[in-house]
Ligand binder design. Structure first.
Ligand code: AR6
Length: 178
């Protein structure tokens, strides 16, 4: 349990996994937070592909995921997903967050990608409570890894306190599994 999941504090744009995941919004036109950093470091090729995707299929619904180049970053691909905005918990936020993780991993699998870095989706501008989001993120990824053989899923947490939160939840969940 959890052996292919790694937790680090850092910047997602510097990761050397084959893909990194972007906490985007439905427009796919960029924004602040992780999204801003990814477009800034990766360069204009990412936005060019995002525009093509939106022209083809429209805005990206919450919980769905699509893939583009990672431009100038070490990773080869960016998987863009849209997490839910937190409204208090009674608008399907948990399930939508689960879908964001699951669909991102499915896109990775469909593209023969076996190493992926995730940020903590929805816990910045979208205000999803960090502990609740971390539990959903870790459980969803762990369940997916039981069924599908990815080599590494790395959570890249921006702050020391977010890393601590994820660590304590892994500790708690893995004790429950035995
Ligand atoms: N690397 C890793 N984590 C980061 C980085 C980074 N470079 N920068 C910020 N974080 P957010 P959301 C952390 O707001 O809540 C955007 O404008 C951050 O501290 O990026 O899903 C989009 O366009 C927080 O813990 O994403 C959307 O409109 C986490 O990443 C909206 O924000 C997520 O924060 C999406 O909001």
């Amino acid at each position: 349990m959890y052996e292919n999941i790694t937790l680090i504090q850092g910047d997602i744009t510097a990761q050397d996994t084959q893909a990194i995941v972007n906490a985007a919004n439905s427009s796919l036109m960029g924004g602040g937070g992780v999204d801003g950093a990814i477009h800034r470091v990766g360069g204009p090729a990412i936005l060019a592909e995002c525009k093509q995707i939106v022209a083809r299929q429209g805005r990206l619904p919450t919980g769905q995921a699509v893939i583009t180049t990672a431009g100038n970053m070490k990773a080869r691909y960016v998987i863009h997903t849209v997490g839910p905005v937190w409204h208090g918990g009674d608008r399907d936020e948990d399930e939508l967050l689960r879908n964001a993780y699951r669909n991102s991993l499915q896109v990775a699998l469909d593209n023969n990608i076996s190493t992926v870095s995730f940020p903590s989706i929805s816990t910045g501008a979208y205000r999803f409570p960090i502990e609740r989001a971390a539990r959903i993120a870790l459980q969803t990824v762990n369940e997916f890894l039981q069924q599908h053989p990815l080599e590494e899923v790395r959570f890249v947490l921006f702050s020391a306190s977010d890393l601590e939160c994820y660590r304590s939840i892994v500790h708690h969940l893995s004790r429950r599994d035995v």
